[in-house]
Design a protein around this ligand. Structure first.
Ligand code: PLP
Length: 400
């Protein structure tokens, strides 16, 4: 029978990538689009990292590496981690995957049984539920509250845990709303998890993009005694402007990493060798810290500008993000309004009409589990932010 699998039928296309695709097509057709859609830095990969890739090719480093990663990269990664977070992983406790996405896929595939539930607080990064489903598990969403800045509380977590719970995913700083858990908030959550037989997947991919002098702590450095339970997701994409290089890093017990390596050995094998060499050089270089710090300051200024401009638009509500590079904007007051007779019914129709009438691409909140919201990225120049937000203001003013 020529049927495609039921498992794949349950998977949705990434709505964030769909928006970028639509905006790119309109731009290619000559339209002047301001796109707040992409989840990636607008800065180029630092020059010295690109040079390291060229050097790798010149030296002929173009063959396979070991499945779990180039030894030099694993070494740089654990040293970099120890330098930043006073926790020493060994090199058999790290795996190099094709982006944080593959870290998550491998990690979940290694632990999930068919009836297992993975707890995901809402709003969530678009791919978590789909990766859970691909791995054969069931996403179970936990509602959070705006007054807690969408952060999960210990009571909410406790109430959600059942016999089917296999793991919980915590993302801080978060995509799509930039919330950030303080040490004491993390401690309260972990006290609940410590008493249960469940894993924690801590997605720390935006760890270096944190504003107003906030200090990031990795989950593992706060709870080294839970090392068998915790998997940390990180990677080169966001902090180092290397989204296209596809280098993700997973840190966990050697047992969990070995299972993930087994999966990777029969799927993608090692990550692109040249990208691994360049990443090894990047993480070992003192230059990286300064570049990341400088860029973070620029993001903070763009965030402040975005917050100021959004505050002047009637009908939009948002919380200034503590980290990452997104604003998650509540559009509920604009739902059921119309533009030239066309009604805004939900986040998807808002997104479509905004693109059609004012040539601005944003991501519908439904992609993150909340249909009264849109997400905009502020990884754009100040000029583009000003232009794009003034178009959103014009769109909102035209609604009746
Ligand atoms: N985790 C979060 C919260 C993200 O926003 C992303 C990318 O958008 C990723 C993980 C995966 O990034 P990559 O696969 O590029 O490393």
């Amino acid at each position: 029978m020529m049927d495609y699998s039921a498992r794949i039928a349950k998977i949705e296309e990434s709505k964030t990538l769909a928006v970028s695709k639509k905006a790119d097509k309109l731009t290619a057709d000559g339209e002047d689009i301001v796109s707040f859609g992409a989840g990636e830095p607008d800065f180029p990969t630092p020059e010295f990292i690109k040079k390291a890739a060229v050097e790798a090719m010149d030296k002929g480093y173009t063959g396979y590496t070991s499945v779990s990663g180039l030894p030099e990269l694993k070494e740089s990664a654990v040293n970099y981690f120890a330098d930043n977070y006073s926790y020493e992983y060994s090199t058999d406790e790290v795996i190099v995957c094709n982006g944080g996405k593959q870290v998550l896929f491998n990690a979940l595939s290694a632990i999930v049984e068919p009836e297992d539930e993975i707890l995901i607080p809402k709003p969530y990064w678009v791919s978590y539920p789909e990766i859970v489903k691909l791995a054969g598990g069931k996403p179970r969403f936990i509602e959070t509250k705006v007054e807690n800045k969408y952060k999960l509380t210990a009571a909410e977590l406790k109430a959600a845990i059942t016999d089917q719970t296999k793991a919980v995913i915590i993302n801080s700083p978060s995509n799509p709303d930039g919330h950030f858990y303080s040490k004491s908030e993390l401690r309260q959550l972990i006290e609940i998890i410590a008493a249960e037989d469940i894993f924690i997947i801590s997605d720390e991919i935006y760890d270096k993009l944190l504003y107003d002098g906030r200090d990031f702590s990795s989950m593992i450095e706060l709870f080294p005694e839970l090392k068998e339970k915790i998997l940390v997701v990180n990677g080169m994409s966001k902090s180092y402007s290397m989204t296209g290089w596809r280098v993700g890093l997973g840190f966990a017990s050697s047992e969990w990493i070995a299972k993930m390596t087994k999966i990777q050995s029969h799927t993608t094998s090692n990550v692109n060798t040249i990208a691994q060499y360049a990443s090894a050089k990047a993480l070992a270089s003192p230059e990286l810290k300064k570049i990341v710090k400088d860029r973070c300051q620029i993001y903070q200024k763009r965030r402040d500008l975005t917050a100021k401009l959004l505050a002047d638009i009637a009908g939009l509500k948002t919380i200034t993000p503590a980290g990452a590079f997104y604003f998650f904007i509540d559009i509920s007051e604009l739902i059921s309004k119309k533009i030239e007779g066309q009604e805004i019914e939900d986040s998807l129709s808002f997104t479509d009409l905004l693109l059609e009438y004012n040539k601005v691409a944003v991501v519908p909140g439904i992609a993150f589990g909340m249909d009264n919201f849109i997400r905009i990225s502020f990884a754009l120049s100040k000029e583009k932010i000003r232009e794009g937000i003034s178009r959103i203001a014009d769109f909102a003013a035209r609604l009746e």
